[in-house]
Design a protein around this ligand. Structure first.
Ligand code: IPM
Ligand code: MG
Length: 377
């Protein structure tokens, strides 16, 4: 039996397209050399969609995204569109819209330090060696989407900008469940972060997490931490954490901090998952944690590994192809161990290679793995 899957590729802006090009090469290789077949469709998102369709995410793209087994996204945004379009036509609005339309409430952002890259961190090697934490960020609620929001002119002529931080019980419970379920497969420890000392939404968050924990997950350790303290602890002693669960805005900030601990933003993938339907299927989008890096776009300098590892996460979580995901992740490790590097993760004495050479190196490592597996049979 051949397993055929359908992926929607949304390369986006900046370095997104060139990184996605390397994923496409790997898909072609897998179609020729593995038991699965991956069919792909491609469309625009962000600034490129604004240029093509006049909107950062068109309805037909949403329809395709809902029909696909998973969506792989490159990156969105760039100076070309900064301040030139209405607020809801910005490239970032396309990203927020696809998260909301697909109901992708659970954002998984691993921060892993690869042994070969331990010196790339700005923290001391002993603080980060072996680091493996997972940030579970709520992605479709909170201040990002809360109403009312806006900018108004007051009677006295002053202007007022405002947003609303809001969470309901069900929103907190479903992200809490996602975090506890992940912790079960890892270190069985969840740190829940909010600002219950100043925000009612944080008080509710803490109460609901505590209740969920005692009702369903008492075998997992739960700790509550104020988000500012978490930011501090992340750079003081990051290995104390296993899974961190937090809201949309704190998650945005803490995940950038955690990513930087690894010293290699260009290496980190992420997954955004919706709720399971009756058949066990869920909408899902996979994207690198890094942005569109417009300053190096189109120069064959970008590191495609975060996008490639995002594709590996899609293989694991959406296509149920854990073994192929393992091979791909191991191939990336092989490449790093062989001291093959793009400029962002360079070490003294190594000449950096380009985006497309990095993709080729991963394919070569996959090929070598396949050959040695065959030889072992
Ligand atoms: C992220 C990004 C986005 C966010 C931006 C681009 C809208 O920073 O995915 O972390 O704030 O969620
Ligand atoms: Mg961010």
């Amino acid at each position: 039996m051949t397993n055929t899957y359908n992926l929607l590729l949304l390369p986006g802006d900046g370095i997104g397209p060139e990184a996605m090009q390397e994923v496409k090469k790997i898909i072609t290789w897998l179609n020729d050399n593995s038991a699965i077949t991956i069919e792909t469709e491609e469309d625009f998102i962000g600034g490129s969609a604004y240029d093509a369709y006049g909107t950062p995410l068109s309805d037909h793209t949403i329809t395709k995204a809902k029909a696909a087994d998973a969506v792989i996204l490159g990156a969105v945004g760039g100076p070309k569109w900064d301040g030139k379009t209405a607020y809801d036509l910005r490239p970032e609005a396309g990203l927020l819209k696809i998260r909301k339309e697909l109901g992708l409430f659970a954002n998984l952002r691993p921060a892993i330090v690869f042994d070969a890259l331990v010196d790339a961190s700005s923290l001391k090697p002993e603080l980060v060696k072996g680091l493996d934490i997972l940030i579970v960020r709520e992605l479709t609620g909170g201040v990002y989407f809360g109403e009312p929001r806006g900018i108004e002119t007051l009677p006295n002529g002053e202007r007022k900008g405002y947003n609303t931080q809001v969470y309901t019980t069900s929103e907190i419970i479903r992200i809490g469940e996602a975090a506890f379920d992940m912790a079960k497969k890892r270190g069985s420890f969840v740190t829940s972060c909010e600002k219950a000392n100043v925000m009612e939404s944080g008080v509710l968050w803490r109460e609901e997490m505590t209740k969920l924990h005692s009702e369903k997950y008492s075998d997992i350790r739960l700790e509550h931490m104020y988000a500012d303290n978490c930011a501090m602890q992340l750079c003081r002693a990051p290995k104390q954490f296993d899974v961190i669960v937090t809201d949309n805005l704190f998650g945005d900030i803490l995940s950038d901090e955690a990513a930087m601990l690894t010293g290699s933003l260009g290496m980190l993938p992420s997954a955004s998952l919706g709720a399971e339907d009756e058949s066990g299927k869920r909408h899902a989008l996979y994207e690198p944690v890094h942005g569109s890096a417009p300053d190096i776009a189109g120069q064959n300098k970008a590191n495609p590994l975060a996008t490639i590892l995002s594709f590996a996460m899609a293989l694991r979580y959406s296509l149920n192809q854990g073994e192929i995901a393992d091979s791909l992740e191991n191939a990336v490790q092989d490449v790093l161990n062989n001291k093959i590097r793009t400029a962002d993760i360079i070490e003294a004495g190594i000449t950096p290679i380009g985006t497309s050479e990095m993709g080729d190196a991963v394919i070569k490592a996959l090929q070598n793995r396949l050959q040695s597996e065959k030889a072992a049979e």
